[in-house]
Design a protein around this ligand. Sequence first.
Ligand code: SAH
Length: 369
Amino acid sequence: MLNTVATAVAGLPRIYELSRAELGDWCVEHGVPGYRADQIRRWIFGKRVNSFDDMHDLPAALRGLLSETFSLFPGKLVDHRIASDRTEKLLLELVDGELVECVLMREPDRRTICISTQVGCGMGCVFCASGLQGLKRNLTTGEILEQVLRLDRLLNREEAITNVVVMGIGEPLANLKSLVPALDSLNDKGGLGLGARRITISTVGLPEKIREVAQLGKSYNLAVSLHAPNNMLRTQLVPVNEKIGIDAVLTAADEFFEITGRRVTYEYVLLSGVNDGPQHARELAKLLQSRIAHVNLIPMNAVTELPFVEPTAPRTDEFVRVLEQCGIPATVRKRKGADIDAACGQLRLHQMTPASSLVAPTPLAMTPP
Ligand code: SAH
């Protein structure tokens, strides 16, 4: 079990905070041949070791130096939940006591992990548990990778992570500085061997940052959280929309598609009586009609503190039907780990604050169903 493994000293930097090149430089600076960097990274990313001592083909002196200089898993495992569908969720306590969540989802041919990029979130989407108490801080590259590596160690020897979705706590594009090197490490030689096409970054829609991701020269997938087909409703649900506006988000997403050739996914959380009517579906279809786009509908994952619920199945089906009739491909996201508070931010929220002491936001004026 991870919580019983030797994790090295908590105050030391995680060794994978360093890129492959930086670790190579560190080796050379310490009189160690550069090729040792790849060897070390193979142990971490490929062979799933839990301590420097287990890196058998390194000289003992180097193993000693590594343990004095770096840590491997300084986070503390506070909770590990396994759902009836075998979805697993970890709640990690970071060195400064902050909490972060990550999830492993299993399907017959896929093992997808969902990772967090910030402690809390500053975007304030009214249906989301992650932002209820605002943004505390950005995660470091090492803190992002620790989630990946710990989830990877939950897998059997013959299993591997096949997909990464950056859809956990936080706004990934508000922390590109830490996220990009973390994703690079997964791509790099000796990393997890995950192609960029298997990685999806979900964003509330920050236009300049979307352009920055497009310019990385990598084939990451982009998912844009639209959630409403017009500015009035979107600003109610996604407050940062007030300063940005749907047009600017769509224009940036169009540029992303032009530059990368990757079809953009638009996420749309279905909130019963709020944004789930056939008229909303028609308006959404009109907005996306001229675009190569895909809509991923997410039934609202109930959060005790929040006044929103998912629509009934027939109403969801009707929404999909309207979109498809207008030629917009749409899928409804399968719910995973419902019995373990697996929706982003819920576990952290409930660990931090008993449900009764949270002040729920005022419910939105509901539009007629
Ligand atoms: N900040 C990023 C990542 C958020 S989590 C973004 O905005 O895209 C990934 C998706 O889950 C987002 O579309 C988010 O709006 C959605 N989401 C958040 N809370 C939810 C809930 N309670 N039920 C369903 N979807 C939710």
